[in-house]
Design a protein around this ligand. Structure first.
Ligand code: WTA
Length: 651
């Protein structure tokens, strides 16, 4: 990143909401903050009332730290909120999904059509024996069937676990086994950068190690019965073609009556150990926050065309492609492929063709667009855009300004939204019709969210740096880690009593604005994707050549962070470029391409403290070519010099 923290905090440019935006905005007055803080539970209850409930709750919040129950006694169904209530109105024939495949195939699916597909697939799942509370895994490309599958699970009360299509067979296997999944939904393949992603092959490799799987449903990505398309192996009795099952299924399925606190989904995310955490979200609170933030942060109206470029395999896709926007009843764009296929203007071509009005993407994408140059967006009419958003990592002011100038044509407010898989929905963000923004700052907590900065002892920091903390429970919060409540307590609630610790560091300026600085734990953020250093280390030591490994992040111009892996080889193995490449490949195969290290640094030893802890900060300094940190606590200071020399040799 070009901007350092120092320049970030000297940022003085401010941007008021443009007058014509403000005039039409859903929220025009800062009074909403006062109202929400004067009556936090009242505020959230009023947001919950925007949903359709089968039975009203009798208590807004039941808080027995660290366990919260929101909207106690309330009953609802998420798919009813995303579909049924719209198809009863004039919205029935409005387009829900404007989908585009990477090869250029297109589908426009109305709320009514989506409703029927979801009902059909809900019946398919029932026919396969899926019952309320049974877990279903979804390993699909970015195709409408992914949305259909998620909402069908929600309809029958079966929690879904969506696994990003870029994850490896082994990652899929671990996630299926952790949640004891009965049915897996996948596709023969997906399209990415002109090539096929062999999902069914990965699914087969995964399921070979998953005794709980009874059925695999396979979507045919290209709905043509060419030899090629059906060339994947189907295991009789276990594997079924999606289109065969759907042909037989009835288009109406009664929605399950779900308790507000019934599980809606599990989503795995990286932590500080080698094992990903199954983040558990429930129905009423999650949906309340997803809808409230969709309406108030993205300012969505009936005539908007909203495009969130995330994959449904991440929480951003869950909350802002599926549950939030569909509950709000807007038209969403969904795109399968990469921004540079067939050319670097693909996103802007899509914005122009569909008349996208609100666009939400990641800073890493914006930095890539910057590098490609403003001539790509310039080739297109982007005048329909009225609001822009970012998520996933800190945005450097330079990228913010480029986004503002070249995509927003200096007219669109930008909402930099901070949140996490664990928070379920946006937590810190401007409200686009109210908040004056500063490039690089996520600004202030959303109404009804108590976020602040604390020091190690839990003292509040008014201005300056500290740890981000959420001091009151919020509706979309994770309820636990699937099957591991102890880890839930230890990870999030042990730093300070009854206060949630997100793992991020931040600063607060004189105006009270928050500037998120990034993770303070061993979780890395590569191109907006969370990766645990321990996960990559486990993948490395799994290779026969590796005795020990330490993985750290180093600053990267486009990805924000990139991975550097320090590796000690077993005897009998020699350093070579060939082996370095093999190790990178090994990690990609074990976890997925997103975890592939940029550098492998072979070393004879790793710097450790006297108590044997790897000194990651020092390795970080070495990897990023910065001056060496304090080495006086090293058991053997020579180690550092050797390492440094080795690193320089590889540059
Ligand atoms: C980081 C993605 C700065 C942060 C929704 C957090 C951000 C992690 C921002 C969660 C932002 C997310 N500014 N940092 N606007 N948004 N982060 O679970 O470190 O994939 O803890 O959720 O991304 O990543 P996750």
């Amino acid at each position: 990143m070009a901007d350092t923290i120092e320049t970030l905090l000297k940022e003085t440019r401010t941007f008021k909401p443009p007058a014509d935006f403000k005039r039409r905005a859903a929220v025009r007055s800062a009074a909403i903050y006062r109202q929400a803080s004067n009556g936090r539970l009242r505020f959230w209850a009023s947001q919950a009332r925007e949903l359709e409930w089968m039975k009203r709750w009798h208590k807004v919040l039941d808080w027995k730290p660290p366990h919260a129950k929101w909207f106690v006694g309330g009953k609802l169904n998420a798919s009813v909120n995303c579909l049924d209530r719209h198809v009863r109105t004039a919205k029935r024939n409005q387009v829900a999904l404007l989908w585009e495949g990477e090869p250029g195939d297109r589908r426009a699916i109305t709320y009514w059509e989506l409703y029927r597909e979801v009902n059909r697939f809900a019946n398919v799942l029932k026919g396969l024996g899926v019952k309320k509370r049974d877990r279903v895994a979804i390993y699909l490309p970015m195709i409408p069937e992914a949305v259909v599958a998620m909402l069908a699970c929600a309809r029958i009360g079966a929690p879904h676990s969506v696994v990003f299509g870029g994850f490896s067979a082994e990652s899929l296997k671990d996630r299926i086994n952790d949640a004891q999944v009965r049915v897996l939904i996948t596709a023969d393949y997906g399209h990415r950068r002109g090539r096929r992603v062999e999902l069914k092959q990965n699914a087969d490799d995964a399921v070979a190690g998953c005794p709980s799987i009874e059925h695999v449903v396979v979507v045919q990505r290209d709905r043509v019965d060419t030899k090629e398309a059906s060339a994947v192996a189907m295991k009789p009795g276990r594997d079924h073609w999606y289109h065969d099952l759907m042909r037989e299924a009835k288009p109406s399925c009664k929605p399950a009556v779900m308790d507000a606190e019934d599980m809606l989904f599990i989503l795995y995310t990286s932590g500080t150990t080698g094992k990903p955490k199954g983040i558990v979200h429930t129905t009423g609170g999650y949906l309340t926050q997803a809808l409230a933030t969709t309406r108030l942060v993205f300012d969505l109206r009936d005539d908007d065309v909203f495009w969130c470029t995330a994959d449904v395999g991440w929480v951003t896709g869950h909350s802002y492609i599926v549950y939030g926007p569909l509950a709000a009843g807007v038209t969403c764009v969904m795109y399968e492929g990469t921004p540079d296929w067939p050319d670097k203007d693909r996103f802007w071509d899509i914005v122009e063709r569909y008349g996208v009005t609100v666009f939400y993407t990641a800073p890493t994408a914006i930095r890539t667009f910057m590098k490609w140059g403003a001539e790509y967006p310039k080739q297109h009419d982007l005048s329909t855009l009225r609001l822009l958003g970012t998520v996933g990592e800190p945005i450097n002011p330079e990228a913010w300004m480029w986004y503002h100038r070249h995509i927003g044509r200096r007219k669109c407010p930008i909402v930099d939204t901070w949140w996490q898989t664990e928070t379920g929905g946006i937590m810190i963000t401007p409200l686009p019709g109210v908040t004056t923004t500063k490039p690089g700052s996520a600004t202030v907590p959303f109404p009804g969210i108590d976020a602040t900065l604390l020091d190690d002892d839990g003292n509040e920091i008014k201005t300056g740096g500290g740890f981000l903390a959420i001091t009151s429970p919020w509706p979309g919060m994770l309820r636990t880690i699937y099957g591991d409540d102890k880890r839930y307590r230890d990870t999030y609630w042990s730093k300070w009593p009854d206060i949630y610790f997100p793992g991020d560091g931040a600063k607060r300026d004189e105006d009270g604005y928050l500037w998120i600085l990034g993770r303070v734990d061993d979780v890395l953020n590569v191109a907006g994707h969370r990766i645990g250093s321990m996960e990559v280390e486990s993948a490395l030591v799994d290779h026969p050549a590796v005795a020990e490994a330490a993985v750290v992040g180093k600053p990267h111009e486009l990805k924000g962070q990139a991975l550097s892996a320090f590796v000690i080889l077993r005897s009998g193995y020699a350093f070579s470029d060939g082996l370095a490449n093999e190790l990178k490949q090994h990690v990609a195969k074990k976890i997925g391409a997103i975890a592939r290290p940029d550098d492998i640094i072979f070393s004879a030893d790793l710097p450790k403290t006297r108590s044997g802890k790897i000194m990651r900060r020092l390795l970080k300094d070495i990897a990023s070519g910065r001056a060496l940190g304090d080495v006086t606590t090293l058991a053997d200071p020579n180690v550092v010099a050797t390492l440094k020399k080795k690193y320089e040799g590889t540059e």
